[in-house]
Ligand binder design. Structure first.
Ligand code: FE2
Length: 382
């Protein structure tokens, strides 16, 4: 069998990297760019740094600051129409996961005559996206190094999306120094879940595995440090890399049933994506240990969890319990603490059944297994 692995786009990395935005845009030949961001990122002054750098490089800018949580379709449409009207030749997304996904959607919409509904439901697009650069301000989604944009269909209450490859990414850990501790925990657990699902998908490869193990190591060492001390640069630096490597890893492999379930939680309960990912990941570990006992054992070793068995079931349970303990240390709330009942969790069954990602794991998930997995999430993390 012939495998495949790849890289997505070049990443400029380091403290103050955002100040090189103008230089990058010049290299890409941009003349007029649209900054895609939200009001919080603007208030923190992050987008202004990019604008100043673009001005120095004599590149004209227009600003779209209307991004909302979970990248709703109507914001992609509004931003895309603005990009068309302003005739920009480049797009720069600066912000968290929703901003980066919205920027990807805008880049596709601006380059095509297509309805927003057709676009996010994967109708063929005639033209490639307007070229775009992504600058994350939260370490979690790794969206700056993936070709996937998750966009919300607000009429059907579904997470769907489109595909677009960034031309370049700028990873500046300094931008994450101001993040509150709970966002640090949730976004960090999103990255962690990307690693576990990438390792246990139907198509991992040596390259995606390598990136996932490294990202897990950085996450378990530095997430508790950043959680306690948000201004610790070394921790932020390592978590920015962990998020980026985890994104590269699942971009080269895939996420699967964990994200199908996390998406159902987002749609039903409107909780942050990272919390949904955290809640489901121990269950994904238990599920996939039967097929990947050596990989789960290695994850346990990286997490310093003692495993005294060769039995895949015991390996899975031991590592999952170790992760639950880790989640408690960074105060990830349980379903109950979030006000979600066991019955409400089970009501996600149909959503998960219809979520294509559920089929992408290395272990097949039957229809009957879905309510069992959902109940286990509630019962095993209180
Ligand atoms: Fe995710």
């Amino acid at each position: 069998m012939i495998g495949r692995y790849g890289q997505l786009c070049t990443v400029a990395y380091g403290a103050g990297a955002i100040n090189s935005t103008g230089e990058t845009a010049k290299e890409l030949g941009f003349k007029k760019v649209m900054i895609v961001t939200d009001k919080q990122v603007e208030a923190l002054g992050h987008s202004q740094k990019a604008i100043d750098s673009l001005k120095k490089a004599n590149i004209e800018t227009v600003i779209f600051n209307g991004v909302e949580m979970d990248a709703p379709d109507y914001t992609v449409e509004a931003g895309g129409n603005m990009a068309k009207k302003e005739q920009v030749d480049g797009i720069i997304g600066i912000g968290g996961g929703s901003v980066l996904d919205t920027a990807k959607g805008i880049a596709c919409f601006a380059a095509n005559e297509i309805s927003i509904s057709d676009m996010i439901h994967h109708a063929p697009m005639k033209n490639p996206p307007v070229r775009f650069v992504l600058i994350p301000t939260t370490p979690g989604t790794g969206s700056e190094s993936t070709f996937v944009a998750v966009i919300t269909d607000t009429k059907k209450h579904e997470k769907v999306g489109c595909f677009a490859v960034p031309s370049f990414s700028i990873l500046d850990p300094e931008l994450t120094l101001s993040l509150p501790k709970e966002i640090t925990a949730y976004t960090g657990m999103d990255a962690f879940s990307h690693c576990i699902e990438s390792l246990t998908s139907m198509q991992p490869n040596p390259h995606s595995d390598l990136l996932a193990y490294d990202a897990i190591e950085r996450s378990v060492k530095w997430l508790p440090v950043a959680y306690k001390d948000p201004n610790n640069y070394e921790a932020r630096d390592n978590l920015a890399l962990a998020s980026n490597f985890a994104g590269k890893s699942f971009n080269d492999s895939t996420v699967h049933v964990g994200h199908a379930i996390a998406h159902s939680f987002g749609a039903h309960f409107h909780i942050p994506h990272g919390i949904g990912c955290a809640l489901v990941t121990p269950v994904v570990i238990e599920l996939t240990a039967s097929k990947f006992p050596e990989k789960i054992k290695k994850v346990g070793k990286i997490m310093d969890i003692e495993i005294n068995s060769e039995d895949p079931v015991v390996i899975g349970k031991t590592v999952a319990d170790g992760l639950r303990k880790f989640m408690k240390s960074i105060e990830v709330p349980s379903c109950k603490e979030l006000g979600i009942t066991r019955e409400e969790i089970l009501n996600c069954t149909d959503y998960v059944r219809n979520e294509p990602l559920r089929n992408f794991g290395g272990v097949a998930v039957t229809d009957e297994m879905i309510p069992e997995l959902l109940a286990k999430i509630y019962d095993t993390y209180q």
